[in-house]
Design a protein around this ligand. Structure first.
Ligand code: CA
Length: 283
């Protein structure tokens, strides 16, 4: 089965990324990484944007109010009312050639996000966890381009993409402690410059992987087999996806500038399954 998403009436990005559904106000947030912009579509369809002043890899809601962004320098709180940014924790300030990239929160509200070198130097990045007490733990080193993160519905598995190895990996995950172990391949994706980027896991445990350079999102079953393809002929660089909407049955898909007549646009489709809710940072 294949399906074609429709373009959403929203800002076209240089590098759209990090879509997240905020159940509090039924809105979608996403980022434009190099432009340092956070975008929102509110429940009534109105659009808002904020400047982060530096490259921004991803955004998540914060349970105490507002948003948290992973930017070049680390984790920062963003107050949507004023646009004010406040540093929560610095990351890799000794590596100015690196920036933070994709990330997501688990059910307990721990924020996982990784880094990458601007020049995509192999092994220069790492994966971090920001805990609700604002401590930062480095979990994985030697990462090329740290990208999509998501959990199985029972949170016993954490999926993780290092785009440079053309693979989705999976860890055993302890939801009580946030500990990861037993990294192993889940699915090979793409070849050469066609690479896996962001991901989201649906309520049935299906793993949806945005394929950068591949004009598609691939729906894998929990065994890692591709069972469905979402085609995006209007944008080659498909960067990430997330389920949203009142019933979590809409798949929102971000893209970046490049080949394709609608490159950089936001897309949406209803693939017939529901997603898991996006979790806020609980610090
Ligand atoms: Ca990405």
């Amino acid at each position: 089965m294949t399906m074609q998403p429709t373009q959403v009436d929203a800002p076209v990005c240089t590098l759209g990324e990090g879509p997240v559904w905020d159940a509090r106000d039924q809105s979608l947030y996403w980022v434009d990484i190099p432009e340092g912009r956070v975008h929102q579509i509110a429940a009534d369809g109105s659009l808002s944007s904020w400047d982060t002043g530096q490259p921004v890899g991803t955004v998540v809601p914060r349970s105490s109010g507002g948003l948290v962004v992973a930017v070049q320098d680390g984790f920062m709180a963003l107050d949507p009312a004023s646009g004010a940014l406040t540093t929560l924790a610095e990351v890799e300030r000794d590596r100015p050639e690196n920036r933070m990239n994709d990330g997501a929160c688990d059910r307990a509200g721990r924020f996982y996000a990784g880094t990458m070198a601007d020049d995509e130097s192999p092994g220069a990045g790492a994966l971090y966890r920001l805990d609700p007490d604002l401590s930062v733990t480095r979990l994985v080193t030697g990462v090329g381009t740290s990208n999509g993160i998501g959990w199985s519905p029972d949170e016993r598995l954490m999926y993780y993409i290092d785009s440079q190895v053309n693979r989705v990996d999976v860890f055993d995950y302890d939801p009580a402690t946030g500990q990861i172990e037993g990294r192993r391949p889940f699915a090979a994706v793409g070849k050469g410059d066609v690479v896996p980027d962001g991901l989201t896991v649906d309520a049935d445990g299906g793993v949806w992987v945005a394929v950068w350079g591949g004009y598609a999102v691939l729906h894998h079953d929990s065994a890692g087999n591709v069972i469905e393809t979402v085609d995006l002929p209007a944008a080659a660089r498909v960067s990430s996806c997330v389920f949203g909407g009142p019933d979590l049955d809409r798949l929102y898909i971000t893209t970046a500038a490049g080949p394709g007549e609608s490159a950089g646009a936001l897309f949406v489709c209803e693939p017939g399954v529901t997603g898991q809710p996006s979790h806020p940072f609980r610090g």
